[in-house]
Design a protein around this ligand. Structure first.
Ligand code: GCU
Length: 411
């Protein structure tokens, strides 16, 4: 049997709807003077940046507004690997600041088209080489988590894991539908362990600096990395920079959402099973809670977020407001029925409640009163949603819905 995270976590975990405490969601349209905003212009002017700022200071930490020097080195792996569907490239990013440097490698797979293509951009968990069996794809040079399944020992990746996560990346489907796929190993930007904020991107900005309560955690650094990839897209004429869809699964879905909130250049934002600190409402305390996530992953959020351990009622924002920061851009929230740790209903309710801001723009958000049936996607509004059957994962089914949603909203 699988060890569910809540069996590892020895606090009581709410797994039944009738145990959810009563809670009040912050009214996302309420101004400090007690009046509600009534237009998109007012939202943009008076509330949007304030809401984003609260997420920065209380949840994820501030992304430093400082320049870095980035160079790109492109390498075409071979032109016709993927059954004549497209080209495959690696782009090595060298990111420098104050004499320190990190390197990250973007894998870019594009369909054969004569005009610029829309792309999906998302991090992978285990290395670019795990998303497709092509032998020319490089293994990560940065730290990877030890894993018997992936053959990782002493934090070095194994070539035996080539293509091992290909079920999560519907490469052929994506290319056939005219989209490109760009992915990067998230550990290239910030290795996912608590090292006191010394390595990865933190080494460029905050080495030997005392940590402030709103200094960024790893989720914010991953979001920052996605924006650096967007900078690169702006230099590449093969890519339609107005149609970049940023997505992520689980912790990387939390990062994709924060990236989409911060960077309006992302045209469409997708959260797959992102759960606590992602699309799920924190105040419900269903499944993973603020205390549970801060205990097991103390490096993901800013220090201030720990004030809300067992104290969610005091949180000045909740995650429906994060989704609302995407407006008027389309956003998609995907849940999985057996993924109770991520609180599917909390993800649905956040999506539903974000709709009020879309309405200000005259757009349909998610027009559903109750959670839809399993495997019945809702993609007709600017907030898409589905709950699929099965466990915590990113599957071909999920991709099919994301592609349909992107076709409907961007084409
Ligand atoms: C853990 C964690 C979740 C996270 C997930 C993942 O289960 O508790 O918050 O989303 O890992 O990234 O797979």
């Amino acid at each position: 049997a699988t060890a569910f995270p809540w069996q590892l976590y020895n606090q009581e975990v709410i797994q039944e709807e009738n145990k959810v405490p009563s809670y009040t969601l912050p009214d996302l349209l309420m101004k400090s003077d007690g009046k509600r905003v009534e237009s998109a212009a007012e939202w943009e002017k008076l509330l949007r940046s304030q809401t984003l700022q609260t997420f920065e200071t209380e949840v994820y930490g501030q992304i430093p507004n400082q320049e870095v020097a980035v160079t790109y080195e492109e390498n075409l792996l071979h032109a016709k690997t993927l059954k004549d569907f497209g080209s495959i490239r690696e782009i090595r990013f060298s990111i420098e600041k104050d004499g320190n440097r990190i390197q990250a490698v973007l894998l870019l797979i594009l369909p054969d088209r004569s005009s610029p293509v829309p792309v999906f951009l998302g991090y992978n968990f285990n290395g670019n080489h795990t998303i497709h069996p092509d032998e020319s794809i490089s293994l990560p040079e940065s730290w990877v988590a030890n894993s018997p399944e992936m053959g990782v020992r002493e934090n070095r990746p194994s070539p035996n894991s080539r293509g091992k996560k290909s079920s999560r990346w519907a490469v052929q489907q994506i290319l056939e539908r005219g989209y490109g796929l760009a992915t990067m190993y998230y550990g290239d930007i910030d290795p996912d362990f608590d090292d006191g904020f010394e390595n990865g991107v933190h080494s460029l900005f905050s080495k030997n600096k005392t940590r402030e309560k709103d200094d960024w955690g790893s989720i914010a650094t991953w979001a920052w990395g996605l924006s650096r990839v967007m900078d690169y897209f702006e230099t590449n004429p093969l890519i339609d920079k107005n149609k970049v869809c940023v997505l992520g699964h689980s912790r990387l879905g939390k990062a994709a959402l924060f990236a989409g909130a911060n960077d309006k250049r992302f045209a469409l934002v997708i959260s797959n099973n992102s759960g606590c600190g992602g699309a799920a409402l924190s105040k419900r305390r269903f499944g993973e809670t603020v205390a549970a996530i801060n205990d097991r992953f103390p490096h993901w959020f800013c220090e201030n977020f720990k004030k809300y351990n067992h104290n969610e009622d005091q949180l000045p924002v909740d995650q429906h407001q994060l989704l609302a920061l995407m407006a008027p851009r389309p956003v998609y929230v995907a849940s999985a029925a057996e993924d109770l740790w991520a609180d599917p209903k909390g993800e649905f309710l956040a999506a539903k409640n974000a709709s009020a801001v879309y309405r200000l723009y005259g757009l349909k958000g998610l027009q559903l009163q109750e959670m839809p049936e399993v495997n019945k996607p809702h993609i007709d509004g600017y907030i898409g949603y589905h709950i699929r059957s099965g466990v915590h994962d990113l599957t071909a089914y999920d991709w099919e819905q994301f592609l349909n949603f992107a076709d409907a909203r961007l084409k």
